[in-house]
Design a protein around this ligand. Structure first.
Ligand code: NDP
Length: 420
């Protein structure tokens, strides 16, 4: 029995909310709060129409403002807050949870909306020099809450989506059941889906395009190696999807895995992209449409990437038209009982099956289901531990069981092809 406050009601949130409703034993009451309350009301209506017993209320909240979030927490008195808004809001929501002593869960690590803000910029440039990677996001801002969360006796579970999230649980599971030592990890994110548009993103366009257009990097022998965007390309034959080109990206779970599994020699992340997506992205970047710096247009400040977001299809609307499957997982090479071994743990998810079940495409589905699972494990106490943690730092077994139960079954291939 628990009360959950969900912040955000976009593509990922809509899946997480419906999955919470399916998990009747844990989630008995829920407040859905977001900037646009009509989306929350529509979700409440859907759950009621489908006969779910969860008692739902809705609210408007400005999650950029910690005081506004605190006010809502004090009114609603939730047992936990699930942040499925945007990474920009992570710190404000964490501050509110700290003030009100409530557990906090999210799916993506903090990055600032305004990357030209001078105080943040100075700290960012120092971090680039010291750590050797230039992504706008990193865990330092959220890991800095460790002692304060411990003192308050609350849990912060960071990044419980698919990647990060499930990929880190796969790592903990591989280490627990398959290896005495892991030497190499390749995280593969393949979307074999087709939505029929020349260009659209599968989750929030602003966050997605920032991530994909940035430099790549990987972790090797205890330090970062940075690459130009899309510099490293490989082909992989994905089970149930087929051959796809994939590109090395910087990705946030590498930072946590590098810290928490120091014996691993190399960790890389690859994502598949079609040629049309890459051509459009390069063109948009060349003309300045991916910029986060405001430009004056007819007397108004306009942020190019936010304007672009308004033109692109809403990722939550891609469900009915997306066909094909995703295959996301990790290839591990390491040693067990003195012998070298390689395994690939992965999930295959079908876009149309997700649409039939919840009305969403597989990218939102594969993120929203783990968001519910992480939240349920914190609320049930299995993953409750004062402090701030990523998903690789807990017992992976109950999470892996719930993936099977709630629509993301996984496979362990003990003879996979490796990535060169
Ligand atoms: P959407 O843009 O579809 O939804 C974001 C939601 O947050 C919207 O409902 C939006 O409101 C709301 N919101 C934005 N700003 C505020 C604010 N200041 N106050 C209150 N509400 C606000 O994004 P997605 O659902 O695609 O992504 C959600 C999160 O999931 C992101 O953090 C993303 O990075 C993460 N993600 C994680 C993945 C993983 O595997 N770990 C994979 C994919 C996404 P409005 O409706 O008014 O716009």
């Amino acid at each position: 029995m628990s009360r959950l406050l969900v912040i955000g009601c976009g593509g990922v949130a809509q899946v997480a909310i419906q999955k919470c409703a399916q998990n009747k034993e844990v989630f008995t009451e829920m407040c859905i709060a977001s900037r646009t309350v009509s989306k929350c009301d529509a979700m409440k209506e859907k759950l009621e129409k489908e006969g779910f017993p969860v008692k739902v209320t809705t609210a408007t909240v400005n999650a950029d403002d910690a005081a506004d979030v605190s006010k809502l927490i004090r009114q609603y008195k939730p047992d936990a807050v699930l942040n499925v808004a945007l990474p920009y809001q992570d710190l404000a929501i964490m501050d509110a949870c700290l003030e009100c002593k409530v557990d906090y869960i999210d799916t993506a690590n903090y990055e600032p909306e305004d990357t030209d803000e001078p105080v943040w910029r100075t700290a960012y440039e120092k971090r680039c020099r010291e750590k050797g990677f230039t992504a706008y996001f990193d865990y330092s801002y959220q890991w800095a809450y460790m002692d304060r969360f411990k003192e308050a006796g609350i849990t912060g579970l960071l990044g419980t989506g698919f990647d990060p999230g499930v990929t880190s649980v796969f790592t903990a599971y591989a280490r627990k059941h398959y290896f005495d030592r892991i030497d190499y990890i390749d995280i593969l994110d393949c979307n074999g889906g087709d939505h029929g548009y020349a260009f659209a993103t599968n989750f929030n366009p602003e966050i997605n395009l920032r991530e994909v257009s940035a430099n790549g990097s990987y972790w090797e022998d205890g330090h970062w190696v940075e690459t130009k965007p899309m510099e490293i390309k490989r082909e992989y034959d994905f089970p149930e999807v087929g051959k796809k080109d994939m590109y090395l990206l910087h990705h946030e779970e590498i930072e946590a895995l590098g810290r928490n599994f120091p014996e691993v020699k190399r960790i890389r992340f690859f994502m598949t992209f079609g040629q049309s997506y890459l051509d459009h992205m390069r063109c948009l970047e060349d003309v300045g449409m991916l910029s986060t710096t405001p430009v004056k247009f007819e007397g108004k400040d306009i942020v190019p990437i936010q304007f672009l977001k308004a033109l692109l299809p809403d990722p939550a609307s891609l469900g009915p038209r997306t066909v094909g499957k995703t295959n996301i997982g990790c290839i591990f090479r390491g040693v067990k009982d003195g012998k070298e071994k390689v395994i690939y743990i992965y999930n295959v998810c079908d876009h149309q099956e997700c649409y039939k079940e919840l009305g969403s495409q597989a990218i939102s589905y594969t993120t929203g289901v783990p968001a519910m699972i992480g939240t349920a494990l914190v609320l049930k106490g299995d993953w409750k531990r004062p402090g701030v943690y990523t998903t690789d730092e807990f017992d992976p077994d109950p999470y892996m069981d719930m993936l099977n139960e709630y629509g993301l079954p996984w496979v362990v291939d003990e003879n996979p092809a490796e990535v060169e």
